[in-house]
Ligand binder design. Structure first.
Ligand code: MSS
Length: 366
């Protein structure tokens, strides 16, 4: 097999044994590296950058970072130091790239062929967006969207709208959104969006803007290309356009992490089949596990702490596996009764793959 690519400098602190380096801006957690703890350590968490990360100088004096708040009655620019005086909340949330699971699309859409590891469950600490909006006199009437702008330096000579990382979510998402400065209890690394990141729980990765420099309540969605044409659910073979649905709320999904598909030795006998399940905006009600490729299903047990509806739940099924090959699958149901589907929804970008069949694990038991 090919020599693994080395970790780029800005993520040199990650655990090389836990990740697959697809490119300098796309790094995936190995399925076998997800342990049985509910929170994904930063050293293992995936990376997806649409633009190269800014210079490390932006985290030299974190409290001096500035974010412009617009679309409120009294708009102003706030420093991180000021934000920290306004309020604080901690939320556990599944951060998942819209393209997680793209690697299972037979159509091989362009983009990183992620399997399960463009996701993690992470703790974010920051000030609730709604508290900031209230402190600045409240949201102006008619603002249907919450628009966040990334703080990357844009290459010169290009139309900024063609390259800037700027996304809009429905303004209602501000109910649980944070302007966050800590991840898993430490200041957010540059790679994951420090000094300040917009966190929109339940929404796909791209909506969680790193190094946020502007947060605006707007009447319309941003016209940035990453919003208008990128990350759209386009028909297979088609191109993205603003009339198509954008990747926003996540939906119910689960997968098995152990035994992993590449597990070298699973011994016949008792096996603890373990994985994770989450419902996007909803909590998890139930997880079923199949040991026969989806013909029959058994209720798995939810284990570990329940960190709220935006976090994932761990599950386990104790199973007796005889020698031979087995296809193990998991299927989650959220608290609203939505059941994880068997089939992916075909689309040109390879987004939002929640298919339980695609995520099934083939294991050989000796
Ligand atoms: N932000 C910014 N500023 N920039 C960029 O590039 N990216 C996205 C988000 N945010 C970006 C941002 C994406 S796309 C994702 S996934 C995420 O982020 C990731 O994260 P981490 O931390 O993991 O790296 Mo897909 O849907």
């Amino acid at each position: 097999s090919a020599t693994p690519k080395p970790l780029p400098a800005y993520v040199a602190w990650k655990d090389p044994a836990s990740v697959i380096v697809h490119s300098s801006t796309t790094i995936e957690t190995k399925r076998a590296a997800f342990g049985s703890g509910v929170i994904t350590p930063g050293e293992q968490l995936y990376i997806r950058n649409n633009l190269p990360a800014p210079d490390a100088s932006i985290v030299a004096d974190r409290d001096a970072w500035q974010v412009a708040i617009e679309g409120v009655k009294a708009p102003r620019t706030l420093t991180l130091r000021e934000l920290k005086t306004m309020g604080v909340e901690t939320t556990a949330m599944v951060l998942q790239c819209s393209g997680n699971g793209r690697g299972y699309f037979p159509s091989k859409p362009s983009g990183t062929p992620w399997q399960v590891g463009a996701a993690g469950c992470v703790m974010w600490t920051g000030v609730p967006v709604r508290v900031v909006a209230e402190a600045l006199g409240g949201v102006v009437p008619g603002a249907g969207y919450l628009t966040g702008t990334g703080g990357e330096k844009l290459p010169e000579g290009l139309d900024p709208l063609s390259i800037i990382v700027e996304r809009s979510v429905p303004a209602a998402a501000m109910a649980d959104a944070l302007l966050a400065w800590e991840m898993n209890g430490v200041p957010i690394s540059l790679a994951h969006g420090g000094p300040l990141r917009l966190i929109v729980p339940g929404y796909t990765g791209v909506n969680n803007i790193k190094y946020i420099k502007r947060l605006a309540f707007t009447a319309k969605e941003t016209e940035a290309k990453i919003m208008s044409h990128g990350y759209r659910i386009s028909p297979p073979g088609g191109k993205g356009d603003p009339s198509q649905p954008s990747v926003q709320e996540m939906s119910v999904k689960s997968w098995i992490n152990s035994p992993a598909p590449d597990a070298s030795s699973v011994k016949a006998g008792l096996v603890q089949v373990q994985g994770v399940a989450f419902g996007g905006l909803n909590g998890i009600k139930r997880v079923e596990v199949s040991l026969d490729g989806g013909k029959t299903w058994n209720d798995a047990r939810l284990t570990g702490p329940d960190l709220g509806r935006y976090a994932w739940r761990q599950f386990v099924l104790a199973a007796k596996l005889p020698a031979g090959s087995h296809t193990l699958a998991s299927r989650a149901t959220d608290t609203a009764g939505n059941v994880q589907p068997e089939q992916r929804m075909e689309n040109a970008g390879g987004y939002n793959n929640t298919s339980w069949a695609d995520h099934a694990v083939k294991v050989t038991v000796a």
